[in-house]
Design a binder for this molecule. Structure first.
Ligand SMILES: Cc1cc2nc3c(=O)[nH]c(=O)nc-3n(C[C@H](O)[C@H](O)[C@H](O)COP(=O)(O)OP(=O)(O)OC[C@H]3O[C@@H](n4cnc5c(N)ncnc54)[C@H](O)[C@@H]3O)c2cc1C
Length: 384
């Protein structure tokens, strides 16, 4: 059997893309390294534009019973609080707190409902493109296809195989945990910025569990320091976080993730395309990796489907490169700017003051973060 497309990675980007292809009757195979779906390390906040994208696809059953997020609480290094709400537009003005395991289980069931094929529990270890057909080895088996889609995350083996330059130079590390809040939290995401450029994102999954991620300098882990102690230290530094979570219990489990950035120079070529994190990821500050995974899957699917049943997908690849640039570059550049900005406490404080003066301005700002507005559109609304 020769598949039209072999997708490496069966997470958000891979499953969404494969489902879109299967819906149009394409022969697709997904190869996923993990034998079972696990709850991935992620802040689990899906931005309003992500909710909108799934609703437009009539796939909102994937989000059933997940709690809404109506806006963001921002706290500056000096403790200045700004509460903001996603602005009303024709698109949904709320994000969602997902549970990644449940979301991906639903996505897999959705894919399978279209007779989607997947092999789980075997990592892709080699790709042979020396002939017209691409040969992919996962475990003991070899699969054949005409085109490969890398949806295999920040450390993409597909990108490596095709010699794509992925710059992962970052000194930042994420320390992640699930904790019980001491009180019921508002249905707002939270971003707490510290004066050394570190930040903590909090997502109130439900009344019992908050998802919490600290992003800080990896130097802090030197000397084999316990990441739990580092997370605890930052929580105790903030009066607001201390009030919500107190001291983390000794048994709190934490996960450490590195690298949390990947700049990808080329996202597609004659025989492959990279989607989701495999196609580039800029630090989880604005919490839009999942949206980006859905979006890039959609853009690639559109590029391929518009190409008809062509055997050679190089035109679809060129189209994907162009569309991806058009739809994601402005925000990606802004996110890189934010990385620079949050390391400047005076600028952060000034922005917090500016936002706290006007609710409309704060809402416009958070509209940019949640992709309700495109960056320029949101900035204009903030100024006028
Ligand atoms: C600390 C942290 C917090 C975050 N918070 C948020 C947030 O709040 N909101 C948000 O939207 N995003 C957040 N993100 C980003 C988000 O998690 C990612 O952008 C998202 O998971 C990308 O999905 P993906 O499908 O591209 O890749 P992944 O979710 O990384 O999935 C890749 C899949 O490929 C499989 N795979 C890898 N290699 C192989 C191989 N060789 N063969 C077969 N399979 C393979 C893996 O097993 C995995 O299932 C956060 C990230 C971090 C690190």
């Amino acid at each position: 059997m020769i598949y039209d497309i072999i997708v490496v990675g069966g997470s958000i980007a891979g499953l969404h893309f494969a489902t879109l292809m299967k819906m149009q009757g394409r022969k697709v195979l997904v190869l996923e390294a993990k034998a079972h779906i696990e709850r991935k390390i992620c802040g689990e906040y899906l931005c309003p534009k992500g909710v909108h994208l799934l609703q437009k696809r009539k796939s909102d059953h994937l989000l059933k019973d997940f709690e809404p997020i109506f806006g963001m609480k921002l706290v500056s290094g000096r403790g200045r609080l700004v509460e903001s709400y996603f602005p009303e537009t024709e698109q949904k003005n709320y994000g969602v707190s997902v549970n990644r395991k449940i979301l991906e289980e639903r996505m897999l069931a959705h894919y399978l409902s279209y007779n989607g094929e997947i092999s789980m529990g075997k990592q892709v270890t080699s790709i042979d493109t020396s002939m017209d057909i691409v040969k992919v080895v996962a475990g003991e088996r070899e699969y054949r296809g005409r085109f490969i889609v890398g949806a295999d995350g920040r450390m993409s083996r597909v990108a490596k195989f095709f010699g794509v330059d992925t710059n992962q130079k970052t000194k930042r590390v994420a320390i992640h945990s699930y904790v019980s809040p001491k009180k019921t939290l508002d249905r707002l995401g939270q971003m707490h910025l510290f004066e050394d450029g570190a930040y903590i994102g909090v997502n109130p999954i439900d009344v019992q569990e908050s998802n919490i991620s600290l992003v800080c300098d990896s130097e802090l882990l030197k000397g084999k320091r316990d990441p739990r102690d580092i997370l605890n230290e930052y929580i105790q530094k903030s009066e607001d976080l201390r009030g919500q979570f107190g001291e983390l219990p000794q048994e709190t489990h934490v996960w450490t993730v590195f690298p949390i950035q990947s700049e990808v120079k080329c996202v597609a070529s004659k025989k492959f395309a990279l989607i989701g994190d495999a196609g580039g990821f800029v630090d989880p500050l604005t919490g839009e990796g999942m949206y980006n995974a859905f979006l890039t899957a959609e853009i690639l699917a559109e590029s391929i489907l518009e190409n008809g049943r062509a055997f050679d997908l190089s035109d679809a690849s060129s189209k994907y490169i162009k569309l991806k640039k058009m739809q994601t570059d402005e925000k990606r550049r802004l996110n890189i700017f934010f990385q620079w900005f949050i390391r400047r406490p005076i600028l952060v404080e000034s922005l917090a003051i500016l936002l706290s003066w006007s609710q409309r301005r704060a809402n416009s700002f958070i509209g940019i973060i949640g992709n309700v507005y495109r960056p320029l559109e949101g900035l204009t609304k903030m100024i006028l």
